[in-house]
Write a protein that binds this ligand. Structure first.
Ligand code: ZN
Length: 225
């Protein structure tokens, strides 16, 4: 399970290498935005058959609507849009805002933001603790996967798990390593393993400078903020 790849190909490739073989891959949105390789990241996600939902940056690329974005994020959307082909923008536009999958008898729901506001609402760890049980019950789900905050968590509640795998391409929990989660479903038992992976931040930062992305977006990758 990944989320918030944000055009960071080096981080995505390290995560895929670390994950090894998997039966199914899910992305909780924001394949693009912020980083220098939107096209390559989208291609990889499509090629590997990821089940992905739409994030707010994917939505901004497709619609041009950057309301609520800070100026650096807006600039990154403008540059990412320029780096993407029309067919790739169309593909992003086809991403669903939510997904419901049956995995080995476990009902899995995926949203970038929240079940109530799939694209824009932030569910931080404290809120997740408070709402997990209600969401699991109302969706009749055994596993809910969210993204958007770039802060990883695993909440186990009555009825199942609510998780956020953190961000592959722009972690914000103070740890600069790419964040993702492995989920194993056996019988009706769900097991979640949070993993962190080093990647070549220098390579990404220099590519970011080359395509004209704001310096602050490169700097934050080093500190994971
Ligand atoms: Zn994001």
């Amino acid at each position: 399970m990944v989320s918030d790849v944000h055009s960071n190909l080096e981080a995505l490739l390290e995560v895929l290498g670390d994950a090894g073989c998997f039966d199914l891959a899910i992305c909780a949105g924001d394949i693009v935005g912020y980083g220098p390789n939107p096209s390559e990241c989208l291609r990889k996600v499509v090629e590997l058959g990821f089940h992905s939902v739409m994030g707010n940056h994917d939505y901004a690329i497709v619609t041009g609507d950057t309301s609520g974005f800070n100026p650096y994020a807006v600039e990154a959307i403008r540059i990412n849009r320029r780096l993407l082909g029309a067919d790739e923008v169309t593909r992003l536009g086809g991403l669903p805002t939510g997904l419901s999958l049956d995995l080995e008898g476990v009902r899995v729901h995926v949203y970038h933001g929240s079940p109530a506001d799939p694209i824009n609402e932030y569910v931080f760890p404290e809120e997740a603790e408070a709402v997990a049980e209600d969401y699991l019950e109302s969706l009749d789900a055994g596993l809910i996967i969210l993204g958007h905050t770039h802060i990883p968590y695993v909440v186990e509640a009555e009825g199942g798990f609510m998780i956020n795998p953190g961000s592959v391409g722009q972690p914000r929990d103070g740890d600069p390593r790419a964040s993702y989660m492995l989920v194993e479903i056996r019988g009706s038992a769900v097991g979640v393993e949070h993993r962190r992976v080093d990647y070549d931040v220098d390579a990404v930062a220099s590519k970011m400078r080359r395509v004209g992305l704001p310096e602050v977006l490169a700097a934050r990758l080093y500190g994971g903020w």
